[in-house]
Structures are given as structure tokens and as C-alpha cells.
Ligand binder design. Structure first.
Ligand code: 5AD
Ligand code: SF4
Length: 333
């Protein structure tokens, strides 16, 4: 692994040598993943959430959003659309919604397994560890457990009622169950500094994760952070570039938050070390209601059309949309 001093990393984060940083990150990415960009189709099957994260539009106290839950058939249809379009991974995503039972989600996983050759990622929040164990048996491959910040004070401030240490234990427990585990942080929440962001990078790099995401904060008007400033796109690019240099075989998405702020910046990140794109394949009637932040899922194209647009974007950069399941290569490099 490339060794960089804190001082060198701080200089990079402060933008003192973007061209060297981005070229290095791109070279590492190319060496490990070549031109391939892995596509994860995200099915946001429920926007109900019982949590109160200060930054997120889906937070329970937000009474202004139109809540929905997709029934079994709608979820399975969305997965089928992804599989028919040669997508290698489906992400089943929701807020922390305890309406769906362990068995319901387990049966969905088993059905997907029996019908399609597709990797399954769970992004369904803080369900019991025993439930995750069951879903693993049913055939789920990966799960997402975002830390959002590795600063325990900021964590407590923004994830009301939650503890950083619980989240961390969850990462370890899920990895022990054989899941590929992805995590990540938000860039530019109020109170974050270049120092806390550098700490996030170092912390995440020590966790042996399979996927690491870092995208800019976008204030949502129906949250307590409505008036905060947006996170920096260049800083987000620098963070993912450094993460790539420190974690050559890890999957690093170019986040949808980048695209919500500036679509070009999402493509740029793929040329600066990122290797994954996560388009929403949620059916149109629900898609625009999954408003974690403004601008999320604003295009109203069909699932197939939005996937085609993602592939076109990848090709326009001289890269190749990959239909592979795209497991991490963290143990291979
Ligand atoms: N801006 C950017 N990203 C956000 N997320 C949640 N709220 C915001 C926001 N306002 C990210 C978090 C969360 C994921 C669902 O979206 O990382 O894990
Ligand atoms: Fe719920 Fe996740 Fe939003 Fe927090 S970030 S309110 S857990 S959907």
C-alpha cells in the first residue's frame, strides 16, 4: 500500500496538487480494475424511516414527504428489469422501515437468487444482527452500513439517539457473517473540517471494507440543516482519490449526490479513481419520492432508459460498463 504522510494527505485535500493526486488515483484504479465500471442498480423499495438523521429528507419527523412501500411484485419486477439489462448487482434499499418482516425480505432474496444470476446488496438499516445472518443464508452477498462521520461527537450530533460504537460493531459483525461490507462518509456536513475528513479517510482505510463511499452533503429544505452550505465537489473528488490510493482493490462509487449537484462531476470522479455507478432503478411512480436530498432521482426516465443513460455516460468517458457482479478485490492487491 502506498504510504502517505498526514501532511501529504492534508496538502492533497487542500487542493495543492490536484493533477498529481487525480493522475495517481486513476493509475491505481486502472491497474486494478482496468476500464471497467461496475453498475449497481438501486431499488429503493420503501422511503419510510424511523430514524431522525439531521441531514436526511427521509427522517421520520419529516411529515411533508409522500411515503411509499413497494409490494413484493413491484420489487421483483424492478430486479428483473435490472437483470434483463445485464446489471451484475441489485441493491435493495430502504429507510429503517420495520414494516417488512425478516421472512418477507428473506423470501425476496431467495426468489431473486432462484431467478437471476445477480449479486444482492442489502441497504435496509439497523435490523437485528440475527436477521442479517438469516438473510445471508437466504443468499444476500453484501450490505451497506454507512458511518457518515468517524468523529463520535459529530456522529451523536447528526444521528440523533445513535452511537458510533454500535455502528462500528455492526460493521464487524456483518463482515464475520461473510458479507462484503460497504461503508462511507458524507463530505461537508457543518462542523466537518479538512482534519476531520482526513481522519475519516484514515479510519475507513483501516476497516478492511469492500466498498467505501464519500459524497458531498446536500442540504434538504425539510430538515434542521436546511440552511447549511453544500459540501464541496472538489473536496469529494480528492477524498475518493485518496481513498483509492490507500485502498487499491476496494470498490469506490462515484456518488449520486455528485450527480445531483453537477452531473459532469459524477463522470469526472470515474476518471479520478472511482469505479462504481449506482443508478436508481426504482419504478418512476416512486423514484422521485426517495428524496434523501434535493436533486436525488430527479430524472423521470424509465428504469431501462436511466440505465442506458448511465451506460452512455460511462462509454462517453472512454470506460466500459461492466455486467460483472463486481466483487471487491481488496484481498487480491
Ligand atoms: N446529502 C448527501 N448525502 C446524504 N445522505 C443522506 N442525506 C444526505 C444529504 N443530505 C447519504 C448518506 C446515507 C445515504 C442514504 O445518503 O450517506 O447513508
Ligand atoms: Fe433514515 Fe438513512 Fe435517512 Fe438516516 S440517512 S433518516 S437512517 S434513510
Amino acid at each position: 500500500m502506498t504510504q502517505l504522510t498526514r501532511k501529504e494527505m492534508l496538502d492533497f485535500l487542500e487542493g495543492r496538487n490536484d493533477s498529481e493526486l487525480f493522475a495517481h488515483a486513476a493509475a491505481v484504479k486502472n491497474q486494478v480494475f482496468g476500464q471497467d465500471v461496475f453498475i449497481r442498480a438501486v431499488t429503493e423499495f420503501s422511503n419510510y424511516c424511523n430514524k431522525r438523521c439531521q441531514y436526511c429528507g427521509l427522517r421520520a419527523p419529516n411529515r411533508e414527504i409522500d411515503r411509499y412501500r413497494m409490494p413484493r411484485e413491484t420489487i421483483l419486477d424492478a430486479v428483473e428489469a435490472a437483470a434483463n439489462n445485464n446489471v451484475g448487482t441489485i441493491v435493495l434499499q430502504s429507510g429503517d422501515d420495520f414494516h417488512y418482516t425478516t421472512e418477507f425480505i428473506g423470501e425476496i432474496i431467495q426468489t431473486i437468487r432462484s431467478r437471476h444470476d445477480i449479486a444482492i446488496t442489502l441497504s435496509v438499516g439497523d435490523r437485528k444482527i440475527s436477521e442479517y445472518a438469516y438473510w445471508r443464508e437466504c443468499g444476500a452477498d453484501r450490505c451497506l452500513v454507512k458511518l457518515e462521520t468517524t468523529d463520535p461527537e459529530l456522529y451523536a450530533r447528526y444521528r440523533i439517539g445513535e452511537q458510533f460504537s454500535d455502528r462500528l460493531e455492526r460493521v464487524d459483525a456483518l463482515r464475520e457473517q461473510g458479507y462484503e461490507v460497504g461503508s462511507g462518509v458524507i463530505i461537508g456536513l457543518p462542523g466537518m473540517t479538512v482534519e476531520t475528513t482526513l481522519n475519516d479517510i484514515v479510519y475507513l482505510s483501516d476497516l478492511d471494507l469492500d466498498m467505501i463511499a464519500a459524497g458531498p452533503f446536500i442540504p434538504h429544505p425539510q430538515t434542521p440543516l436546511a440552511d447549511a452550505s453544500i459540501g464541496s465537489i472538489p473536496l469529494s473528488h480528492r477524498v475518493t482519490a485518496l481513498l483509492r490510493i490507500l485502498n487499491p482493490g476496494v470498490n469506490i462509487p462515484s456518488t449520486s449526490a455528485l450527480s445531483a449537484l453537477n452531473p459532469e462531476s459524477q463522470g469526472q470522479a470515474l476518471l479520478r479513481g472511482c469505479n462504481v455507478l449506482m443508478p436508481s432503478l426504482t419504478p418512476e411512480e416512486h423514484r422521485s419520492k426517495y428524496t434523501i436530498y434535493p436533486g436525488k432521482n430527479e430524472n423521470h426516465a424509465t428504469a431501462t432508459a436511466s440505465l442506458a443513460a448511465a451506460k452512455d455516460m460511462i462509454r462517453s468517458l472512454g470506460l466500459t460498463p461492466s455486467s460483472s457482479k463486481g466483487f471487491s478485490k481488496r484481498n487480491q492487491v
